[in-house]
Unconditional design. Sequence first.
Length: 278
Amino acid sequence: MNRLGDVGIGVRWLLSIVVVALGGLPADRAAAQTPRTDAPVTCRQQAIGGARYRVCEIAPAAVARLQLTARYAGGRPVRTIARVDSLVRARGERLLFATNAGLYERADSATGLLVADGRTYSRLNRGAGPANPCAVANFYCPPNGVFFVAGGRAGVLSTADFAARRAPAGAPTIASQSGPMLVRNGALARAFPANSQSRKVRNGVGVRGDGTVVFAIADDPVTFHHFATAFRDAFAYRDALFLDGAISQFYAGPGTRLPPPSREFAAVFIVTETARRR
């Protein structure tokens, strides 16, 4: 063994003594430094084409733990991720992941299909929208689509394909309609202009061929072309859906910063676990 290796071992041994003497790392910090192998959500930071992304993956076996919440006591809108965090903690759990769902016009009303909290709040919207929708209304930019979970499996389908689903396929337990789709059957869902000047923070969700669900947010402003290409190439999505733009927020679990209650949403995707006692 070389001397550098000997020095490294000595440093690690000394650090272990210091950590034990100080009572160990705080639980959240330790969890952030050493990802749990049994965690239902794994999150990371990733640079793609000069833009910073935060990415959280949910394995197929854990998809049933993904929740979509829109209302709480008395039918009041949850509105913020901070409010959702408070509600989760009140029932003895903690957030492992959170991000806003699809597009809406008011925080108490989604523009399209919203299935959350075990009920359908709004139905599938098959409208064509205004003239030239891609320039003025992302929701109607074709093809728009639906992210959903049914029978413990996740999917992203165009609005037309979702409407054509057969009843035996199962009613969705959660669903959020938005637009446009980013990736469809492994290809860009539409010809997003590569030279677009519209650069914004954007978040989206996709499903890989093996059923893995991947949520991502571009923390740096990006075009739709950049965003969709990242979903297709870097994240290896088979199908992916844009969720929202500049107002989007993302929480990547214990050890990271909870978003401030400055943005309101019609619904919030979350994964939770029972809080650990200290």
